[in-house]
Ligand binder design. Structure first.
Ligand SMILES: [Zn+2]
Length: 216
């Protein structure tokens, strides 16, 4: 698979993981994928600078490096974003042990990245979420809603939350000039730590690409 095919397949896997994915009419799935990727591209292209640290400084966002594990209810976090205009909180917390673990996995996979680059990748991802909050416009809210429940005349609609993640990943990729959609690094970590095998990843990506072709 070519790099951009892999990238789009990774984004497709993000979309497929959305709670309402199965409620999206198959002919509309591509619309969410393409729109989310485009939202990330657009946000990256409008930046005056791609120096993520100066964007944090300009916007008064605090960067906190934690030595703890970032473990909440057995889910491990590498970064966490807190935003409250009312309480004047703009803060991204990075959990160093988790970032170190990712760095080690990338190195073992023969795709070395420095800790600084890993930090920049997480900062860029979270900066996109900051922009969404700050502009009061999450990506999902800018796209068509999906009907996820219907009973007689009643209809309940929901946004597709995964579009925020996809846009944040694409934004991060562009701001950092990465060849790969950043969830690729998660895969390197999953494989290195024995949570997935390379074959599982490759077959998931191949089936994602096949689904994506059919979604046109
Ligand atoms: Zn995110």
């Amino acid at each position: 698979m070519e790099q951009e095919q892999i990238n789009q397949s990774l984004a497709w896997l993000d979309l497929r993981g959305d709670a309402v994915f199965n409620k999206i009419p198959p002919a509309r799935r591509r619309y969410y994928l393409d729109s989310a990727l485009a939202a990330g591209e657009r946000a990256a292209s409008t930046l005056q600078t791609r120096d993520i640290r100066s964007l944090y400084a300009e916007n008064g966002i605090e960067i906190k490096l934690e030595q703890g594990e970032g473990l909440f209810f057995s889910v491990r976090f590498r970064a966490q974003f807190e935003y409250s205009e009312a309480k004047s909180i703009r803060r991204v917390t990075l959990y160093q042990p988790s970032l170190e673990s990712l760095r080690t996995s990338c190195e073992r996979a023969g795709q070395p990245v420095t800790l600084e680059q890993i930090i920049d990748i997480h900062l860029a991802h979270e900066f996109f979420h900051f922009l969404e909050h700050h502009q009061n416009q999450p990506v999902g809210a800018t796209l068509e809603k999906v009907c996820h429940f219907a009973l007689g005349p009643w209809r309940s609609y929901s946004t597709v939350a995964a579009t925020s993640e996809i846009a944040a990943h694409r934004f991060c990729q562009r701001v950092n000039g990465l060849a790969c959609y950043p969830s690729w690094y998660d895969w390197l970590w999953l494989i290195d730590t024995g949570k997935q095998t390379q074959q599982e990843r490759d077959s998931l990506l191949a089936s994602a690409w096949a689904e994506l072709q059919q979604a046109v």
